[in-house]
Design a protein around this ligand. Structure first.
Ligand SMILES: [Zn+2]
Length: 147
């Protein structure tokens, strides 16, 4: 199934966008995610203060879908309380699994909803979910805070 051309454009735009591709100053957690089936790898960095994701960005390389998904995700998560971000991550993963298809429900995903078509492309699913799984691991497993 071909992705809608507007969506394709959004994905291309985001995959080239450098704004979110950087290190996070004073990052409090980071996690490296790899998708061996495609060769995507990225390291997500977050700065979480008082339960709010103050900044989020990533480094690494991969296909357009994984890079666009990471860029859209960091845009979405930045400035949000962690609980809110976790809920959005669940929603995105539900969309890609084809479990959430209601447009009104997906509105909250903003540009990331452009990746909905990926749910019909089994070979690309792992690319799209890589940044989000990496986020879940980063937030669940913050590094120790040595005294
Ligand atoms: Zn990929």
């Amino acid at each position: 199934m071909p992705l809608d051309s507007i969506y394709t454009e959004l994905i291309t735009e985001h995959s080239r966008d450098k704004r979110n591709r950087r290190h996070v100053e004073g990052a409090t957690c980071s996690h490296r995610g790899v998708n061996p089936s495609c060769g995507d790898e990225l390291t997500l960095e977050l700065r979480v203060q008082s339960g709010v994701i103050e900044d989020a960005a990533f480094t690494g390389s991969g296909c357009a879908i994984s890079q666009a998904s990471a860029s859209m995700m960091t845009d979405l998560l930045r400035g949000r309380p962690v609980a809110d971000a976790n809920r959005i991550a669940e929603k995105f993963l539900g969309m890609i699994k084809g479990e959430i298809t209601d447009e009104a429900d997906l509105e909250e995903l903003d540009e990331a909803a452009a990746l909905q078509g990926v749910s019909k492309m089994p070979a690309r699913v792992k690319c799209a979910v890589l940044p989000w799984h990496t986020y879940q691991q980063a937030i669940a497993d913050p590094p120790g805070n040595p005294a």
